[in-house]
Ligand binder design. Sequence first.
Ligand SMILES: [Zn+2]
Length: 329
Amino acid sequence: MNDEQQQAFEQCLYRFVGRQVCARTAAKDAVNEAMIRHWAETVGDANPAYTDAQWAARSARGRIIAPPAMMYSWNQEGFPVVAQGRAPDAQTELVDLFNENGFTGVLGTNVKQEYYKEIGLGERVHLEMVIDNISEQKATARGIGYFFETLASFSDQHGDLIGTQRFRVLKFIPPETAAAADGGGAEQDTLQTPTRIAAPRGHDNSWWWEACDQGQVLIQRCRNCQTLRHPPRPMCGECQSLDWDSIESCLEGELLSFTELHHPRIPGYPLPLICGVIRLREGVNLVANIVGAEEQALAIGMRVQGKVEQVDEKTMLPQFYPAENGVEK
Ligand SMILES: [Zn+2]
């Protein structure tokens, strides 16, 4: 996209600021005990203010209140939207505009809720939503893109504001598309089979992946107090030092936990895929695939040995084998 194209694109883009995504609409159901209980059970919130009528009656409020964080649940459209689809609105138009201009990547980055008023059983939540702001073009670790934020306002049946929710989304040009647009198309054609999703590499972790590309698994070490840490991050959690180096892992470890993935069936991944948490001998945990054994043959606590291996045309990853298999280092 040259400067002129970008200008034309942004002119269309910023027209979306302030546009309504949905007009003030009442939730299908009034605030009710069943939905509150399901929500509280699902998130594991045992606060009796939400579910225990007797306790709530004796409390300062004198009644059950809906969990404030549940605000967004009341106006969810439910299963019909899966079958019938959603009527186009300003947000879908905005997303289409991004996609048509190459910003096909999407990443939800922030949710911020604010609460103003408690509501009780029998009250009815109303929702309205607008596109609140769109950033200038940003260079992010994911690629060039724009952040946009929707602002949802929740009010009760009297029109009093209950709370708000800001949802921030990054729409960006994925690196593969950017490479193709820059004339890397010929190179792309050489990828015959789908590859795994590339790990995002940013300022704080690209060194780790670059070592992995060279067949090494490094563990970050604080230069001040020598504490090891993984995954990579800028600061030592023990002494807050920003000074670090790294050691190479021997990739011997113990299987702490594992799960076998059958879904989602994303191209590039051999399924089922066993993902494990491995306690490395050096003392940090690493998440990696367990290969060379059926899921039935694995057990928590078993010894495993890792190897950095090429898993597809462009991806090197540590993979772990049961140590009994006598894998070569
Ligand atoms: Zn430290």
